[in-house]
Design a protein around this ligand. Structure first.
Ligand code: SAH
Ligand code: SF4
Ligand code: F3S
Length: 441
């Protein structure tokens, strides 16, 4: 039986990218505004929002098993909403298969969640996977208390249509949020305690808008304006597409002190043939040119990327080109994935899909190369003193965790608090983190 009394407590579980996490925060704020409160850790919630991701693997299966696990010993379930990119792609199917689900809501429609909730309590199920022209951002409640490092979605959607990717279908076409709205939201985030803001977009560097004087600006213009917010200490952005990288944005890395020396620029493969089959619309050479420019402008910049191994037809020699690229670039940290055929994308029906064992083995080799690269990068930081934004308590008594300007995880002992920007000497490097010594608070 689905519940029919208004929920008092909720839990939002986010499974996807940073934008999905941002959406999860905004849905939580919407529910707060309805007077529903977050369920305490370990407690059952009256309402569960599964904020799903469709990018890889058996995303849909995972949703079904998660829903199954929500059933309580007495046979009852909480009110269940399926949100996020799986909701967008498979909403009707989920409704058909799982009677326990009351609401299915896509990433562009979740501002309508409160109305759907009223319907659900009245026993009516609803699906909303619209991509309305008026954006959800105009009607969402203001930001509430936030972490030291906060996300801010500035751009959504994608028009690139890489042949393996579901994002253009689940998130729709590219839109940029208006400049003034973003400045206002950033000010509210900083007012609520954020010291760092990461600007988010599926192609964040494609953001364009008009500044306060009506001049057309790109992401670098937005960043320069955000840097004027006095209590904001750090600005980051992700994810960028190589083709949308502008000289202005690269130069901002040298001129805007608050813009951190970190560039996440996915390349996916080191083979031009594979890049073409992926419809990436950049070559290895054009990608390397952007990285070269970034390093010329900001020599200490930390580079990051995404890789896919086992794209249909990828040969051993083509894979070797990916390894060679990794060795050439010297990345600070990267994400790497096995190719996952996504329903409805062109690559899913291409000939010569690669066997899972081959993908496993290639992923292992790639990750070994990436680990080596990260370790080498981190080792070059040893001996440096840098600012660390403290974001968490460590596992040991008196230990703190935070991020260096180069997005390295740093742990150190001493007096500090979450949200502090402290001075730390980096003393020891591993592939995934560094140890440091607190110099000054
Ligand atoms: N817009 C960003 C990436 C969004 S998806 C960009 O183009 O860079 C994040 C990453 O997931 C991608 O960079 C890619 O490496 C990976 N990815 C996307 N679709 C995938 C698929 N079908 N199989 C495996 N990895 C995939
Ligand atoms: Fe997906 Fe390509 Fe768009 Fe990135 S650029 S979201 S990988 S289609
Ligand atoms: Fe996943 Fe959707 Fe983000 S598919 S990666 S949650 S845009």
């Amino acid at each position: 039986m689905r519940p029919t009394s208004p929920p008092k407590t909720y839990r939002v579980k986010s499974f996807g990218c940073q934008m999905n996490v941002y959406d999860g925060e905004r849905m939580a704020e919407l529910l707060d505004a309805q007077g529903i409160v977050p369920a305490a850790d370990g407690d059952d919630a009256d309402l569960v929002v599964l904020n799903t991701c469709h990018i890889r693997e058996k995303a849909v299966d995972r949703v079904y098993s998660d829903i199954g696990r929500l059933r309580r010993d007495d046979g009852s379930s909480p009110l269940i909403a399926v949100a996020g990119c799986v909701a967008q792609a498979e909403g009707d199917e989920i409704m058909r298969r799982v009677p326990a689900v009351s609401m299915v809501v896509g990433p562009q429609a979740y501002h309508r969640l409160p109305g759907m909730l009223d319907e659900a309590v009245a026993g009516r199920r609803s699906v909303d996977t619209d991509m309305p022209a008026a954006t959800k951002f105009d009607v969402l409640p203001a930001r509430r208390k936030v972490a030291a490092s906060a996300f801010l979605t500035v751009q959504e959607g994608c028009d690139k249509f890489c042949t393996y990717c579901v994002v253009p279908y689940t998130r729709g076409s590219e839109i940029s949020r208006p400049f003034a709205d973003l400045i206002a939201e950033a000010e509210r985030l900083v007012g609520a305690g954020a010291k760092e803001i990461t600007l988010l977009g599926q192609n964040v560097n494609a953001w364009t808008g008009e500044d306060a004087k009506g001049r057309g600006v790109g992401l670098d213009g937005l960043i320069r304006s955000l840097a004027q917010i006095a209590d904001l200490r750090r600005i980051r952005y992700t994810t960028s597409h190589p083709n949308d990288m502008t000289e202005g944005l690269l130069i901002a890395h040298a001129e805007v002190e608050k813009l951190m020396p970190f560039l996440h620029l996915p390349v996916q493969s080191g083979s031009d043939r594979v890049l073409k089959a992926m419809n990436r619309s950049h070559s290895v050479a054009s990608y390397l040119k952007v990285l070269g420019r970034a390093r010329a402008i900001r020599p200490d910049i930390a580079l990051s990327g995404d890789f896919i191994v086992g794209f249909p037809g990828e040969t051993e020699a083509e894979f070797a080109e990916t390894i060679a690229l990794v060795e050439q670039v010297g990345y600070a940290q990267c994400f790497s994935f096995k190719y996952s055929p996504r329903p409805g994308t062109p690559a899913a029906t291409m000939d010569s899909q690669i066997a899972l064992e081959v993908m496993d083995e290639r992923l292992q080799r790639l990750q070994a190369a990436l680990q080596k690269s990260s370790l080498a990068f981190n080792q070059t930081s040893v001996g440096r003193t840098c600012e660390v934004l403290v974001d968490r308590l460590g596992r040991r008594e008196g230990q703190w965790l935070g991020k260096s300007p180069w997005l390295q995880s740093v742990h150190f002992m001493g007096e500090a608090a979450i949200g502090d920007v402290v001075s730390v000497e980096l003393t020891e490097a591993g592939p995934n983190s560094l140890a440091g010594r607190l110099i000054a608070r």
